[in-house]
Design a binder for this molecule. Structure first.
Ligand code: NAD
Ligand code: IPM
Ligand code: MN
Length: 357
């Protein structure tokens, strides 16, 4: 029997609550599909700061790099907001993405049919089976460029730098094209090439790489227009490829197509099989500890973990089908609740999905 090593980074706020439910579902899936999973807990974010003084202990990096896959809840919260930038929980998250070389972040914004009423977008706008994939560059751009404080004209000032190298753009462009090739064969590259030099290099490079993919239809869009088009007519998109910060913002926007940010999973991948899987939402301090967070984004992240890192596609499909069934039966956490639904809490939702595997 195969046995996989999975590191759990539960993190802060609702992190431990949602990871608990995801583990429940993974255990049930492992049983059904006859493989073993050994879990190792490691510290990241605020939890790591409280216990070790730093958001990303060396031991966490070592454990994650040795694992078959990593599952993350979320990090951050008001308790650590006044720390200097490099010691905040979020710096730990950026650090682990970088240390594992995870340059490609896949964020699928899909609508489960029974949740159409939970989306703030009109039914005719989302259609029957809206399915957009945001491919976000994850280890470059303004998140990792030079930043600091300095004086400008005798006044205190601060700066952050958006920078991309050609190889960084080439590799994420290929992830975008390869993803589009396996889906609807349409790739929209989103940038701000009318203003930013880094975006002009981005666009040039994406166009050059497109010669390798004559079967994929490439378009370009400015990010401000894209933000508007996602609400006006999301059906026009298949795969969106974009830089780190635009991908962060556009994926939260796209998540509402699916009814709630609590539904959106993600996979962060590099050149090897090992990846980091996490919901796109944060630690939700406003609802932490109440047991009402939606665990489905984390459960669906386990499905991506099975598909991309453990290469257990049937197990991955089983989780998606179980989520669809539970939603079909009307079960809803408060964030996706609509009239006539059956309201459940975090643990009940986890139990229901596990029972459907
Ligand atoms: P957030 O995503 O944590 O919360 C935004 C809103 O969505 C809140 O009202 C929250 O209650 C709701 N929400 C989020 N996840 C939910 C879920 N699973 N079920 C139901 N409702 C959910 O974003 P924020 O409030 O801007 O940030 C809070 C903290 O999280 C900050 O410290 C931020 O830096 C951090 N953060 C971490 C990650 C991560 O770890 N990957 C991602 C985003 C934000
Ligand atoms: C995300 C988060 C992170 C990001 C923060 C917490 C560093 O918003 O995963 O989307 O901006 O990448
Ligand atoms: Mn984000």
């Amino acid at each position: 029997m195969k046995n996989y090593q999975v590191v759990l980074l539960k993190g802060d706020g609702i992190g431990p609550e949602i990871v608990r439910e995801a583990v429940k579902v993974l255990d049930k899936t492992a049983q059904k599909f006859r493989f073993g999973v050994t879990y190792t807990d490691a510290l990241l974010g605020g939890a790591a700061i409280d216990q070790t003084g730093v958001p990303l202990p060396k031991e966490t990096v070592e454990l994650c790099n040795q694992a078959d896959a990593v599952l993350l809840g979320a990090v951050g919260g008001p308790k650590w907001e006044t720390l200097p930038g490099n010691l905040r929980p979020e710096a730990g998250l950026l650090g682990i993405r970088s240390a594992m070389g995870l340059f490609a972040n896949l964020r699928p914004a899909k609508i489960f049919a029974p949740l159409r009423a939970s989306s703030p977008l009109r039914g005719d706008i989302i259609g029957e089976d809206l399915d957009i994939l945001v491919v976000r560059e994850l280890t470059g751009g303004i998140y990792f460029g030079e930043r600091g404080r300095r004086e400008v004209n005798g006044q205190p000032a601060a700066y952050d730098t958006e920078q991309y190298t050609v190889p960084e753009i080439e590799r994420i462009a290929r992830v975008g094209f390869d993803s589009a090739r396996k889906r609807g064969k349409k790739l929209c590259s989103v940038d701000k090439a009318n203003v930013l030099e880094a975006s002009r290099l981005w666009r040039e490079t994406v166009i050059r790489i497109s010669a390798e993919y004559p079967d994929v239809e490439l378009s370009h869009m400015y990010v401000d227009n894209c933000a508007m088009q996602l609400v006006r007519n999301p059906k026009q998109f298949d795969v969106i490829v974009t830089n780190n910060i635009f991908g962060d913002i556009l994926s939260d926007e796209a998540s509402m197509i699916s009814g709630s940010i609590g539904m959106l999973a993600s996979a962060s991948l590099g050149s090897g099989k090992n990846g980091l899987f996490e919901p796109i939402h944060g630690s939700a301090p406003d609802i932490a500890g109440q047991g009402i967070a939606n665990p489905l984004a984390t459960i669906l992240s386990v499905s991506m973990l099975l598909r991309y890192s453990l290469e257990e596609p049937q197990a991955a499909d089983a989780i998606e089908a179980a989520v669809a069934k539970v939603l079909d039966e009307g079960y809803r956490t408060p964030d996706i609740f609509t009239e006539g639904g059956k309201k459940v809490d975090t643990a009940q939702m986890g139990d229901l999905v596990a029972a459907c595997i």
